[in-house]
Design a protein around this ligand. Structure first.
Ligand code: AMP
Length: 442
């Protein structure tokens, strides 16, 4: 039989992609900036495995899309079942408990960045493999922790160039308020069950809060008139929410209370929020529903308080916590994001040219001298002719060129050429780094 031809299965899986060159650097630059801001606020890094035991995510909610429909479950040898992580909070809480972080000074403030996986239908801003930057403040129920989490994320968004961010915010209250609220929602939607489709009827039974998340236009009016969680907040929850809003006012963070914001995961209690970029005003006469639909604001991040997650994962006592995650791919798709260059990428100051075999032999040594002196260079060691190499240096607008030919090898020197006025100087190799530093400082 003839060998099977490679087919589509060899391409990247749907909803996943390769990151190359400049785009890779943009992601790296983003994570570097976000981490730097988090570090200033006192967060420390954590990295958890990219896969976890599947049960971990069941604690996130048996009736949430992330667990029921979107999780990549893996079968390995033996009976253990694993899943590619769909979100970051449950793994971080798992790590908190596993490493006995309850005994550390509280709260424990952690940041992380990395890839997450959800088997969702790829569409605008929605991928199967995507990147998040997350924060978790674990071990305090104080409202300032909620406000700080929002503030740090808002700062990250602002510093990468995203303007017009509005924080959609709501409070789901504590267990008691939530039970009463859920009951009221069920009663309300039951009265209108004729308008619900099969999936929504299922939600009504298992996770009524998620009905408020529905994108079904038929439910729009129903959702508007539905009871709100605000009506059910008990004294403590009400006070907590009021304080969070006061902090946001004091921090000049624009927010709007969104009564239908419940977020997908079961573990949230009290504060929930999302970062929404307000659409830029369309020029007059260019409105229209189609356009609005195409640019409907995406949520660039979200989070909330999760006071019951710790116990659900086996902690002996309640572990209050609050966290948030930014959707990095969505943020970087935004046209207002500025150039994000990671620190390791430096503008080249020198272009290195070699001519002939003897020079090639010595070239890596010269490049190493320049690297040790922290002088960023470019080269094309696989090219031969002078004009081709000079042409590249010119195209890249690199101001100084170091040339090494047969003669220079014998004399243990190089030619340094100023690309602006085309003047050239012979420089002994041992003086090269100092010489370049001197001329580029001028
Ligand atoms: P979540 O973990 O669902 O709270 O999501 C936090 C943020 O991650 C969202 O606001 C999105 O910006 C981003 N995000 C969530 N799911 C995806 C996805 N499938 N593809 C790309 N970004 C996503």
């Amino acid at each position: 039989m003839p060998a099977k031809k490679p087919d589509n299965s060899i391409k990247t899986p749907k909803g996943m992609r390769d990151l190359l060159g400049e785009e890779y650097f943009t992601y790296q630059g983003f994570f570097e900036k976000a981490a730097e801001i988090a570090l200033y606020y006192g967060f420390k890094p954590i990295e958890t495995p990219i896969m976890e035991r599947e049960e971990l995510f069941h604690s996130v909610g048996e009736h949430t899309d992330v667990v029921t429909k979107e999780m990549y479950a893996l079968k390995a040898k033996g009976s253990n079942k694993f899943a590619l992580r769909p979100e970051g909070t449950a793994p971080v809480m798992r790590a908190y408990i596993e490493h006995g972080m309850q005994t550390w000074p509280q709260p424990v403030m952690l940041y992380y960045g990395g890839r997450f996986f959800r088997h969702d239908n790829p569409q605008r801003g929605r991928f199967r493999e995507f990147r998040q930057f997350g924060l978790e403040v674990i071990g305090t129920d104080k409202s300032i922790a909620d406000a700080m989490t929002i503030k740090v994320m808002a700062t990250v968004l602002e510093e990468v160039g995203i303007e017009n961010i509005v924080v959609d915010i709501n409070s789901l209250g504590d267990k008691e308020c939530r039970t009463a609220y859920k009951r009221a929602l069920v009663n309300y939607f039951k009265k209108h069950s004729g308008k619900l489709n099969a999936h929504e009827k299922d939600l009504l039974k298992n996770n009524p809060l998620r009905l408020l998340d529905s994108k079904n236009p038929e439910l729009e009016k129903l959702k508007e008139d539905a009871p709100t969680s605000m009506e059910f907040l008990t004294g403590e929850s009400k006070k907590h929410f009021k304080e969070v809003l006061e902090y946001l006012d004091a921090l000049d963070i624009t927010y709007q209370i969104n009564n239908t914001l419940v977020r997908g995961l079961d573990y949230y209690s009290r504060t929930v929020f999302e970062f929404i970029e307000q659409p830029k005003e369309a020029p007059e006469g260019e409105g229209g529903d189609k356009k609005e639909e195409a640019s409907a604001p995406l949520s660039l991040g979200g989070g909330g308080r999760y006071n019951y997650l710790g116990k659900a994962l086996g902690a002996k006592q309640d572990v209050p916590g609050v966290g948030a995650a930014l959707g990095v791919d969505r943020i970087l798709m935004d046209e207002s994001v500025k150039n994000l260059t990671p620190r390791i990428v430096k503008k080249p100051k020198v272009y290195f040219i070699q001519l002939g075999f003897e020079a090639k032999l010595k070239s890596l040594g010269v490049i190493e001298i320049l690297r040790k002196a922290r002088l960023p260079i470019r080269q094309s060691l696989s090219k031969d002719g002078l004009s081709a190499q000079l042409g590249t240096a010119e195209k890249l607008r690199i101001p100084w060129v170091v040339i090494m030919g047969q003669k220079e090898v014998l004399e243990n020197c190089v030619i340094v050429r100023n690309m602006e006025d085309r003047s050239q100087t012979n420089v002994p190799i041992e003086e090269l780094a100092d010489y370049i530093k001197k001329v580029i400082a001028k």
